[in-house]
Design a protein around this ligand. Sequence first.
Ligand SMILES: N[C@@H](CCC(=O)N[C@@H](CS)C(=O)NCC(=O)O)C(=O)O
Length: 209
Amino acid sequence: MKLYDCNTAPSPRRVRIFLAEKGITLPIVQIDLRTNEQFSPSFRAINPDCTVPVLELASGDKIADAVAICRYLEVEHPEPRLMGRDALEQGVTEAWLRRIEVEGFYSVMDVLRNTSPKLKDHALPGPLEHEQIPALAERGRRRVEALFHRLDAQLSEREFITGPHYSIADITGLVTVDFARWVKLAIPEDCAHLRRWHRAVSDRPSAKA
Ligand SMILES: N[C@@H](CCC(=O)N[C@@H](CS)C(=O)NCC(=O)O)C(=O)O
């Protein structure tokens, strides 16, 4: 089993933190997104979507999606549980994971990809060209700010996003907050609970992954 990664990119960082929390080490192959290695014929053969992360299994099967990789690893290496310990926790964790991903992670991506001159005509990852739409960047900023306040309220009564246990929702939350700095979106001053949580999850050894 090996992981195709890019050590500066946020999507594979979600998997690296998940692996670190599970105590799993894997051979890692770096794909350099800065030099567009993701579009090389050799990497296209591994993932025609031209994105990282990709988990390649000993069988040759490949999983080319961060959350799908985590789900596979959760089944193969159940402890510690990061996606919920029973049906209710699994449902709640999935709901927060998707909220943070859609309203946070993908909104930061909308801001970055619809404003960066380097990504002109590449407003979405992948091999197809997509023009930049500046209004999506504006909407993305508003969605991220709203999510930060929503998370602050959630964390006012809980140690972690879904309750007393650290989960994949915290991993995606951490990666989203750190990714938001790329577009100069910081945790708002009035979000004390979100700040407290961000300090705590950043102090975990896995955050260095
Ligand atoms: N659905 C994929 C998307 C991953 C993704 O967008 N990865 C980015 C890095 S954060 C990428 O590979 N971008 C390549 C590019 O911008 O051309 C997942 O969540 O795993």
